[in-house]
Ligand binder design. Structure first.
Ligand code: NDP
Length: 290
């Protein structure tokens, strides 16, 4: 039987409704949640993502601003902007759109991102928030893995005791994803480019998260019958269409649940960004006694 499709677009609409309700309550108490996105350079994909974040923020009542910096901006200037946003009381969430240009390589990017105030770190990339995730404490969790967990929850699959394989070990997707699955009592393996016999590791999994950036890497005969498969990958083909890291047509023949690309994880990532901004504003409201 063909897999059930996890409708990320529909589920993102549900999350946005939840966020809009929270925002409405905050606005009634005089707190309008604010998001600031910093965009460096003119990468077309990043521009599309940023516009989409702005538009969706507006839909749920979050006030969004984008700070555009030229592609040759020096790290000192980006840092100055971040420190100013940290001080701006109308901004609850600060997000630097990745990837950054080459002058930020060699550890500079992580150093700069680490300067975003942990209370405004809605991407969950500050070492404090990463540490809280590992320690099982409340903090900001990266948006994509949060969205993936909600998608898994929507399938009704109980993760306790299940074998989960995460392909990809980035700080923004793979690693936080693995910790979220672990917190739900899954037995988790993290695979990466040096993993030996990747297909065999995936064949053991009840839950597969593909966050690689390799078009259709995960094949149908890698999938344990009935497994839940979440495809995080976004890859543009030469013809200009978007495909995931999962060979969707093959995988639907074996999996129990599978998320599509587009219309899967992408909309959920934005929905959880808005969720994080609304949570940051709710914490501000508590701090200010409103
Ligand atoms: P990174 O490039 O930071 O990480 C990719 C990971 O995949 C690395 O850990 C790498 O291993 C691993 N990898 C690469 N090739 C292979 C291979 N052949 N076999 C096994 N593992 C491999 O990417 P991100 O985590 O940032 O993103 C992953 C994908 O998800 C991309 O397509 C990105 O566009 C997409 N994405 C989608 C989002 C959404 O909202 N839908 C949000 C964020 C990302 P190693 O560490 O050894 O190099």
């Amino acid at each position: 039987m063909a897999a059930q499709i996890i409708d990320g677009r529909g589920l993102a609409g549900v999350v946005r409704q939840e966020v809009a309700a929270r925002v409405e309550g905050l606005v009634a108490r005089g707190v309008t949640p604010g998001l600031a996105v910093v965009l460096v350079g003119d990468d077309p994909a990043s521009q599309v993502y940023v516009r989409s974040k702005e538009r969706m923020a507006g839909k749920v009542g979050i006030s969004a601003q984008t700070i555009r910096l030229p592609s040759d901006v020096q790290p000192e200037e980006l840092l100055r902007q971040i420190l100013a946003l940290n001080e701006d009381s109308s901004v609850d969430g600060v997000l630097v759109q990745l990837p950054l240009p080459s002058q930020f390589s060699g550890g500079v990017e992580a150093e700069i991102l680490g300067q975003i105030s942990p209370e405004k770190d809605v991407d969950g990339l500050h070492p404090l928030n990463l540490g809280k995730l590992v320690a099982g404490e409340d903090g900001f969790v990266a948006c994509t893995p949060s969205g993936c967990m909600r998608m898994l929850a929507s399938t009704g699959v109980d993760l306790t005791g299940k074998r989960a394989v995460v392909i990809g070990r980035s700080t923004i997707v793979g690693k936080p994803m693995a910790h979220l699955l672990l917190a739900q009592n899954a037995t988790v393996s993290i695979c990466h480019s040096r993993t030996v016999d990747l297909a065999d590791r995936v064949r053991e999994a009840d839950v597969v998260i593909a966050a690689v950036g390799r078009p259709e890497l995960v094949r149908g005969d890698w999938i344990k019958p009935g497994a839940a498969v979440i495809d995080v990958g976004i890859n543009r083909t030469e013809e200009g269409t978007l495909v995931g890291d999962v060979a969707f047509d093959e995988v639907t023949q074996a999996a129990g649940h599978v998320s599509p690309v587009p219309g899967g994880v992408g909309p959920m990532t934005i929905a959880y960004l808005l969720n994080n901004v609304s949570l940051a504003a709710a914490r501000r409201s508590e701090r200010e006694g409103r």
